[in-house]
Design a protein around this ligand. Sequence first.
Ligand code: HEC
Length: 124
Amino acid sequence: MKRLILGLIALFAAGCGGDDGGSGKAASPAAERIATGKKLYQSTCAVCHGLDARGLAMLGKDLHANEFVRGLSDDELLAFLIEGRSAAHPLNERGVSMPPRGGNPSLRDDELRSIGDYLRSLDK
Ligand code: HEC
């Protein structure tokens, strides 16, 4: 609950904060993180989950309104992306491994968090 409230405060602050100099065009920090996450997603994750994140047969799953993602906190989602899911993992249904950091070891934790923000933006 505390986490949710903090999240809401952060969202509220992001929505209200920041002077864009009156242009009205500056993206909010949240929108920027989602845009960054989307680019990183497309270069690292799309090969298995599809460019539109709708999943690919026998590879990565559909990530829109994804129940597994919904069930994780931001920290847990980061931990999942760091670890991936081996073919032997009890939750693995397809018998295909998702490599740690989506197979891109150069992705930093903050970049994985941006990808997480992008995934949450697909939860509609
Ligand atoms: C080499 C292919 C591959 C790449 C690259 C890949 N994934 Fe996956 N991903 C998978 C597979 C396979 C699964 C597990 C399927 C299963 O459990 O049956 C999976 C599972 C997931 C899940 C859990 C979905 C669920 O419903 O259980 C999430 C979330 C996810 N991937 C996100 C990502 C993100 C974000 C990236 C990029 C950083 C990424 N994946 C890169 C293949 C991949």
